[in-house]
Design a protein around this ligand. Sequence first.
Ligand code: ADP
Ligand code: MG
Length: 568
Amino acid sequence: MKNLEDLRVELNKIDGKSYKLYKTLEGQYNFKNYILSIDHVQGDPFASPSRVRVIVKQNIAKIPLELFKTKEKNIALCDYLTREFYYNINKCGEKILGSGKSGLISISRCPQEILERTSVIVDEEKIEARFYIGFPARGRSILGRELEKILYNVLPSIVEKALLYKNINHKRLLETVNLVEDQEYIRNELDSRGLVAFIANGSILPRESGVSSRPLKNGKEFISPRELEVEFKTKNNGIIKGMGIKKGITLIVGGGYHGKSTLLRALELGIYNHIKGDGREFVITNRSALKVRAEDGRAITNTDISLFINNLPNGKDTIKFNTENASGSTSEAANIVEGIESKAEVILIDEDTSATNFMMRDDLMQKLVSKEKEPITPFIEIMKPLYTQKQISTILVVGSCGDFFDVADTVIQMDNYLVKDVTKIAKDLSSGAIIKRINDKNLKLSFDFKRRVKKGTIEYGPKGVKVKTIGLDTIVLNREEINLRAVEQIVDNEQLNAISTIMKWAEINLMDKNLTFEKMVDEVLLEIDRKGLVSLEKIKGGSGSLALPRKQEIMSAYNRYRKLKMQN
Ligand code: ADP
Ligand code: MG
């Protein structure tokens, strides 16, 4: 292997010459403490920055095995090291000259959530940090001296500070790993304790603003009502008490502006672990919980929404429902059915973002509009059978309609950001009218999902598939946009990078295996589990790290793809 002096010589040789010659630097160099691997050099100064890796052997990094023995701990450790690396980029940076993205070093920017990602990889042999450098240029010529500064001054001190155990804050790292271990423990325990979610006393749920997910300063701490309090005995953080949300149907009621949506939002993101100091460290939700909302305008392909919608005025088939432009109610129906197809065990709904006519119909309206004229069976009549027959729970925010009391198992009221258990009062007030309707209907639920994604859904051109992602809500596949604005549990753009790569990969490798949609996505996740998320990066090509999405989000992306071809 070449070493750091060889690299310096080469760098001097190409200094001032055509930018393209940077390509000659691709390869690996021994930098004493680590190996510098220049994997892919950008074609010009304005292209996405060059892909670089640093590989530190464990006999130098010396991260104790105890900190990454289990998968959860490993994810927590890698997340921590990514954040350290990110932080030190700014701290160790020097003024680098040049045009475009010259000198820019970048690694994944982690949100409040801790995700499995490809930015840092740790095993018993090594730590690998995977990041980007904008190779410096003036106009279109190489600024070798500037790259030299980065590779010989800046990078070594980042590596030194962020990746060597002796320089890392041992206490904070251990706390982080231990915290994730406890979060995972609680999430794993939920089911056997009859719960779908848990919110610890002392949690801070509100965020700083609509654009910042940091905790709101002076936010009122969450306190569980006595009746709903449960506790978990964690390994590292002792006994943690808080509110348990039981399986079944839970309503969150209360006046406007009293914190209902904030509570639900925290539950939506409780599928992820959160960093220390976030305020939601111990807001823990069932892994499969899915936020559902109305989403008019979305496309729907062969989804069976007949559970909710029948006898449409235009005679349209609702067993294999297709549309380019769904209404509020048909979109929400499809979102729930597709959620069930993706094996969601908990459905989260906020009336703020729901179609009212999909959610309920009161008695007066029921009397006025005869059953034959109304194509929608509202969700209020389905929730209960959904739980009693299929064990799918619902957590629903409703401030506006008492009809739901009939079907609720638990009713909690948000009052000035404080939670009260008002189940008994609500039950005493409930009229029984909805229960009567449900009993009259005597619905038998049966789900048999047969949809299969057809080969040819993603078109491969001579240059493969062109993939791009924008922010948290757009994937572009060959110029076709997938709008994920309504898929609200995506927290990182790199999850979209992964989803789009998965779609590309699955097209070639899984489409002729005759698997149902859900099994096909399971197969993808198994493959990732076997080979590591990083194996997807090779398929992705170009730049952009990856973070792991859930099955639910992968399926949501397919479902919103307007060129989706389904067979059933
Ligand atoms: P609702 O859905 O009941 O109308 P929201 O959840 O939208 O209410 O909350 C209204 C406002 O109160 C938001 O600006 C939110 O940030 C803030 N808020 C929510 N919970 C708390 C809390 N525990 N402490 C302080 N402010 C809060
Ligand atoms: Mg609200």
